[in-house]
Ligand binder design. Structure first.
Ligand code: AMP
Ligand code: MG
Length: 325
C-alpha cells in the first residue's frame, strides 16, 4: 500500500528534524534529507558510506523550487523541465549560493530533478523545500526499486521508508549537463540524447562510459569504478559465449538471460524480459535475486538491443560487472 497523508506528515517532521526519509520515484528509491541542512546532508553520506567526492541529486517539486538551488536557470533548462518534468531527467546547472557545498561534493554545479511519483510530489509539497535524494542503497551496491530493498539496507532508526510500490522505470535518471558550453549527457537513462536534442534544438554530446571529465578514455576497465554491483562476482558475456563460460566455472553459476539461453543442470537461470522497458524495470531486482542464489558467479547475457534505453541498461551492466577497484 502506498504511503498516505499520515505517513507523509510523519516523514516531514523527520526531515524538519534533520532526519532521513527514503522516498519512491519512477526511477529508483531515493534517500531523502533536507538539501538546505548541511548536517542532514552529511548524514546521507555517512549512512550510505558514499565517497565525499560524489555529488547528490536535489529533488524539487518543479522549476520554481529548482530556482532556489541553482545559480542560473537558462531558457534551455526551462524548455527541458517543460518537456521532461516530472520525469527521469536530472539537469546539471551552476550551483546556487544558498545550497550547502556538501550536496555538490564541493563542486560548482548541482543536479536537480522533479520525480514523477505522487507520494514524493506530495512529500515535496508538504515539506516545502528541496530534498537531496541519491539512490537509497549503500554506496556502490545495487539500487533499490522497492521499499523492501531499502529496508534491507538500513534500519528503521537510520531511515524511515515511504512505500510507493515498485519503481516503474527501474534505472536511474538521465543526467544532462547544461553548465558547460555544450549540452552533455553525463549518465544515460530512459530519455536519450536525440530526444533531448529535439528539445534544446542543438546537438547533444554523450559522455561515454569509461571517459573522464576531460573526455579522455580511461585505460583499463578496472578504472571504470564498479557501481550498481551485486556482491557476487559478475560478468557480461555474449549469447554465444555463455555455454563455454558456464562450463569453465567450477562452482554454481546464475545466468541472467533475456533470450532463453539454457544453462544446464546445477546452475540457475533468471529470465529477463526481452524488451527494454520490461528489462529495465526488472534489472535491479533480478541482480538481487541472482546475488541471493548462492552462486560463485553471475553471468549476464549481453543485450544487443538498439536505442536510448538499451544504452542505459548496458551502461548499468558494464558497471555492475566491472572489476572492483
Ligand atoms: P545516485 O546517487 O545513485 O542517485 O547518483 C547520482 C549521480 O548523479 C552521481 O553519481 C553523478 O553521476 C550525478 N550527479 C549528481 N550531481 C551532479 C553534478 N553536480 N555534476 C555531475 N553529475 C552529477
Ligand atoms: Mg546510486
Amino acid at each position: 500500500m502506498s504511503a498516505g497523508p499520515e505517513e507523509i506528515a510523519r516523514a516531514v517532521a523527520r526531515l524538519r528534524a534533520g532526519g532521513l526519509v527514503a522516498f519512491p520515484t519512477e526511477t529508483v528509491y531515493g534517500l531523502g534529507a533536507d538539501a538546505l541542512n548541511a548536517e542532514a546532508v552529511g548524514r546521507v553520506f555517512a549512512v550510505k558510506g558514499r565517497p565525499g567526492r560524489n555529488p547528490l541529486i536535489v529533488h524539487v517539486s518543479g522549476p520554481a523550487m529548482a530556482r532556489r538551488v541553482v545559480g542560473t536557470w537558462p531558457e534551455e533548462a526551462e524548455a527541458m523541465a517543460r518537456a521532461f518534468w516530472p520525469g527521469p531527467v536530472t539537469l546539471v546547472l551552476p550551483k546556487g549560493t544558498g545550497l550547502p557545498g556538501a550536496v555538490t561534493a564541493g563542486g560548482a554545479t548541482v543536479g536537480v530533478r522533479c520525480p514523477r511519483h505522487h507520494v514524493t510530489l506530495a512529500l515535496l509539497e508538504a515539506f516545502g523545500g528541496p530534498l537531496v535524494g541519491p539512490s537509497a542503497n549503500r554506496s556502490g551496491g545495487v539500487s533499490p526499486t522497492t521499499a523492501a530493498h531499502v529496508r534491507e539496507a538500513f534500519s528503521e532508526a537510520e531511515v524511515e521508508v515511504l512505500d510507493g510500490g515498485p519503481c516503474e522505470v527501474g534505472i536511474e535518471s538521465t543526467v544532462v549537463s547544461l553548465a558547460g558550453g555544450e549540452v552533455e549527457v553525463l549518465r544515460p537513462g530512459v530519455v536519450g540524447a536525440e530526444e533531448i536534442g529535439r528539445v534544446v534544438g542543438r546537438p547533444v554530446r554523450v559522455r561515454a562510459c569509461g571517459e573522464d571529465e576531460s573526455g579522455r578514455v580511461l585505460e583499463s576497465p578496472g578504472m571504470l569504478g564498479s557501481h550498481y554491483a551485486p556482491r557476487t562476482r559478475a560478468e557480461m558475456v555474449s549469447r554465444e559465449g555463455i555455454a563455454g563460460r558456464v562450463a569453465r566455472e567450477l562452482g554454481r553459476v546464475v545466468v541472467l538471460t533475456h533470450t532463453g539461453v539454457e544453462v544446464g543442470p546445477g546452475h540457475v537461470r533468471v529470465e529477463m524480459p526481452v524488451e527494454a522497458v520490461g528489462y529495465a524495470s526488472r534489472l535491479y531486482s533480478s541482480l538481487r535475486e541472482a546475488d541471493n542464489a548462492g552462486a560463485g558467479l553471475i553471468v549476464v547475457e549481453r543485450p544487443e538491443g538498439v536505442g536510448a534505453l538499451w544504452d542505459a541498461i548496458r551502461d548499468r551492466l558494464v558497471r555492475a560487472t566491472a572489476a572492483r577497484g
